[in-house]
Design a protein around this ligand. Structure first.
Ligand code: G3H
Ligand code: 13P
Ligand code: ZN
Length: 323
């Protein structure tokens, strides 16, 4: 069955690794995630966003996630699996997911004024804990690509707020903002430098803020959103086969590796999966224009996804062999 994040995070914090939190919207993505986590013996958090619910339906997603446990066993290894609501936007959304068998929810009140965030998060925690469901809260706002450098800076998590927030809300984990952001354009070019090949090199994450937060909350589970690396090989493949992506840039794996060794025990990755799938689908369709069986392009896309997730578990998050 599905588990909540409590034991998983306790082990990850102690062990100096991070649990992969991969978003899924369809069967092929779920298969790739489970196959990769079984092959690497990694625990996993399956994330469902509001967009995923709108696209695929909550009942189908829930039952797919429930089946994932048996699927893993069939593939040869039982692994701990969490079904998590990503970016819950209201008490009602969180409640609906809890009532529908999710084992973990995020309530993202980071856009609200501080006291509103506290009150909303506390309300979700009370309902969730009564159902043995764990809760992720968020402090600080991730930069959007439309943000200028200055406004991005002012939205970093304030270390002086974290103890008050965690103790008053009772959250089980805390998502923070230290320079990551969602999507495939995490920084504007003016925030970056370029290497000799013209590839954008982003500014480093604010590890000083992370260290401050760790000092305030020793051993408390910290979460990083927006942690795709936007691999240049997928970007180039998309461009090579007719796609258009401009100024894409992600978080270098070296920095995620460093974060995973710290109190960061959950790392959210969605965009890299989208890029991997799209790159392979473009390639297959370009090379075999007569192909019209979806399995013939979704199959290879799933294979590439699996490979990518295995690489993350083994070489970036350190979650391999921790199941
Ligand atoms: O946080 C964002 C995730 O990548 C989910 O994105 O809302 O488009 O499904 P989505
Ligand atoms: P990316 O867009 O960097 O993959 O982030 C995903 C995420 O944070 C989901 O909550
Ligand atoms: Zn996110």
């Amino acid at each position: 069955g599905l588990v909540n994040t409590r034991d998983m995070f306790a082990k990850a914090v102690k062990g100096g690794y991070a649990i992969p939190a991969y978003n899924f919207n369809n069967m092929e993505q779920l298969q790739a995630i489970i196959q990769a986590c079984v092959a690497t013996k990694s625990p996993v958090i399956l994330q469902v966003s509001k967009g995923a619910r709108d696209y695929a339906n909550i009942n189908l997603l829930r039952n797919m996630a429930r089946g994932a446990g048996e699927y893993a066993k069939e593939l040869g290894c039982e692994i701990p699996i969490v079904l998590h609501l990503d970016h819950g936007d209201s008490f009602e959304t969180c409640k609906e997911c809890i009532d529908n068998g999710f084992s973990s929810v995020m309530i993202d009140g980071s856009h609200f004024p501080y006291e509103e965030n506290v009150a909303l998060t506390k309300k979700v925690v009370e309902y969730a804990h009564a159902h043995d469901v764990t809760v992720e809260g968020e402090l600080g706002v991730l930069a959007g690509i439309e943000d200028e450098v200055s406004s991005a800076v002012s939205h970093y998590t304030k270390p002086e707020e974290v103890v008050d927030f965690v103790s008053r809300t009772g959250v089980d984990s805390l998502a923070i903002s230290i320079g990551t952001s969602h999507g495939a354009n995490k920084f504007v070019p003016s925030q970056c430098t370029r290497n000799v090949d013209g590839v954008l090199i982003p500014p480093p994450l604010r590890f000083d803020i992370l260290e401050d937060i760790e000092k305030q909350l020793p051993g408390f589970p910290i979460v990083l959103h927006g942690s795709s690396s936007v691999p240049v090989e997928y970007v180039n493949m998309i461009l090579q086969f007719g796609g258009k992506l401009k100024d894409s840039v992600g978080i270098p794996e070296e920095q995620l590796r460093k974060a995973a060794k710290s109190a960061v025990c959950k790392i959210n990755i969605d965009s890299d999966g989208r890029l991997a799938m799209t790159a392979v689908i473009r390639k297959v369709l370009a090379e075999k224009p007569g192909e019209f069986d979806p399995r013939k392009y979704l199959g290879p896309a799933r294979e590439e996804l699996k490979k990518m997730y295995m690489h993350k578990n083994i070489n970036v998050l350190g979650s391999a062999n921790q199941a």
